[in-house]
Design a protein around this ligand. Structure first.
Ligand code: COA
Length: 164
């Protein structure tokens, strides 16, 4: 199916950078499946349910065009199970390039029917990462420029002060 793609990630938490990629991917694809691994390779600050809730609330304006789903095992197997042939990724700098290149090659090796499409992050998002957002929250900095409004509330609820 050409009108649908998967945008997978850990989204711990979703940032304005991720939202920008969703927006731009939806100019090419009619629908996006935002996919999170049930078991993350990274240890996460937010649990899976909270990360899914944050995505749903942050991307409410696109709700007709996205679904948020979880998967186990290889991403390409999840894509194949849904008959989806395109994976979306965002790229901010040369470090991302090497990581994305390796991952795209690994996925290509696992399933040559599935292609990865990378979007360059907007200049304003080039310095955002989920790790940086968490550090800013711990330092008590304003998150308005880096995450959607609703994500700030999740940080408030989690009481990041306790984790300093
Ligand atoms: N703007 C801002 N930040 C961005 C961004 C953008 N446009 N694009 C990426 N990032 C950041 C994220 O915030 C994240 O930051 P962090 O490292 O501080 O957490 C980082 O770049 C990359 O994270 P993300 O995009 O969430 O991807 P990921 O590397 O965490 O997730 C999976 C990768 C889940 C897609 C991958 O591990 C996977 O497919 N796993 C399943 C197993 C598999 O199939 N493996 C591949 C074959 S070996």
């Amino acid at each position: 199916m050409r009108d649908i793609a998967i945008y997978a990630g850990t989204f711990d938490p979703i940032t304005l950078g991720h939202i920008d990629i969703i927006k731009r991917a939806l100019k090419i694809f009619d629908r996006l499946v935002i996919a999170l691994p049930n078991v993350s390779e990274k240890s996460t600050f937010f649990d899976l349910i909270s990360r899914i809730q944050m995505i749903r609330k942050s991307a409410i304006e696109f709700e007709k065009n996205i679904s948020v789903e979880t998967f186990d095992g290889y991403l390409v197997d999840f894509a194949r199970s849904k008959n989806i042939k395109f994976l979306i990724r965002g790229m901010r700098d040369e470090v991302d390039f090497h990581y994305e290149y390796e991952m795209a090659n690994a996925n290509q090796h696992l399933n040559s029917d599935i292609d990865t499409i990378c979007f360059f992050a907007s200049m304003s998002d080039a310095n955002i990462s989920s790790t940086k957002v968490k550090q800013m929250a711990k330092d008590g900095q304003d998150l308005s420029a880096v995450v959607p409004e609703c994500v700030k509330k999740f940080f408030d609820r989690k009481d990041v002060l306790c984790e300093r």
